[in-house]
Design a protein around this ligand. Sequence first.
Ligand code: TRP
Ligand code: SF4
Length: 562
Amino acid sequence: MTRDRPTETDARTEAGADSTPGTRPATDGGDAAAGADAVALDPWGSSTVSDYRKLFEEFGIEEFDDALPEVPEPHYLMRRGVIFGHRDYRPIAAAMRDGGEFAVLSGFMPTGDPHVGHKLVFDEIIWHQERGADAYGLIADLEAHSARGLPWDEIDEHARDYLLSLLALGFDADEGTLYRQSDNRELQDLAFELGSKARFSEFEAIYGFDGETSVSHMQSVVTQMADILYPQLDGPKPTVIPVGPDQDPHVRLARDLAAKMRFFKVTEAYASFEADALERDVIAEAHRTLSVEASGGSEASEGPGERGGTDSVRCEDAAAWLESGEFDRSRLESDGVGVSEAVVESAVSKLDAAGKEPLRPRVRFLDRNATESAFEALIDAVEGEKRVFEGHVDAFDLSREAAEELAREVEIDEGGYGFLPPSSIYHRFMTGLTGGKMSSSVPASHISLLDDPEDGYDKVKSATTGGRETAELQRELGGEADKCPVYELYAYLLAGDDDEFAKEVYDECVGGERLCGDCKEQAARLMREFLEDHREKREEAEAVLADLDIDLDSNRRGVAGE
Ligand code: TRP
Ligand code: SF4
């Protein structure tokens, strides 16, 4: 499989209808070229994200704004909508609020210079570290070698540059962990274990791998899966992976593998047979209605662990009720549960087969990968009324949460990992200074963190803008900050934590008070200052890096892959 060389993908889309002007870099969502390639999330391609909204609809990424109120003192990239999406971020927000244990991890492919786009991720790692996370930064050198074809000497050099910039920006190496994939034996062991739950057919479906894909490339995928779960090797904890949305396929696979590695799966059930989630909704509805009737109208217990009422509803009664005209689907549908004929039919036939068995809510522990001794230990550990079946245990006096916790405890005692599914946050890609994509292979399109401060100044000065043809027009119509890579630089980087300043630039621009020449001059100076400061801090970081146990002279032999 041949894929393009690395390119930072571009991102020119709407920040959303509720975006606050001046604090949110809203860019054009409607450009025709953008619609053409729709959404493609390809970690090794040159995919562009043309429409962030589709990521929510098609891939189930959640909007970050929905979780934002739960985050204590959110980062400016969160406040400004640069971090636009997430998976399962709430446990991270909760850990930050309650002082719970959590981790942050991200990885960098050392294929070129670190640039301002990578700075977003560095900052995200550091910010979580400052808020108490166990922080991890890794060099994805196996991936760079196998998927991008980089030779080892170049990898070593770039690896160094990424680490220096991460340290220079504030990563605390005493508290946190930095590693190279190739150098981490524990990681490789975990990758091997995870590989036994990963199927080639999934790689085909997720990544478009085929018979021509190299085995080393596949190994780099399981290695990334191990990266993502690595912080949980010393115990399960919420872990956030800050990345660009092109990495979402990896996150989804890692969440999937985390679940597949579990000894037990906890579900809810109403009778001894297995029902899928949709059938369960239908059965739950029957149970709720019939047990209210049976107890003379008062609301019966809802879930396991708090049973008060009747056990007198039998499976066959529920089947009959579902087939009668009394079953009103609209109630379920108003809860967002679509009830198809086929689902009702299969629920009815399962209920009929169970005959006179009473319907009783319970939590169920399904044996996924448990050893015999782990299964026995679980049976012993379940308190209250329980029933043991081939391959599962039903508990009648446990809540779902208590059951989840118990399953994890037993798993860990018995030598499992007990992984929690990892969380992620996604940031927008930066627009290139020359207008199109920000690309590592087009130096004028990006500002490298290693750029000479004067070059950085010059690049900003010659960037395209969202300005009008003439100063008169600009005064009259205002600039288009939403389409301006220079404004993006302010919002993503130069304004730092200062929302007032970012808003001022925006308002002055769209209000026609700010003209591009002066605006770029100001941005260029700020960029120069930033690069000067960063350069100094990188020099100071040299000593820190030298003290770390990271081999940057790998001396490996090999033929770069792909
Ligand atoms: N695949 C990532 C990239 O293309 C690098 C990477 C490797 C990574 N392991 C990771 C990112 C774990 C996040 C988490 O840049
Ligand atoms: Fe961009 Fe500044 Fe010009 Fe506005 S004034 S379009 S922000 S360069």
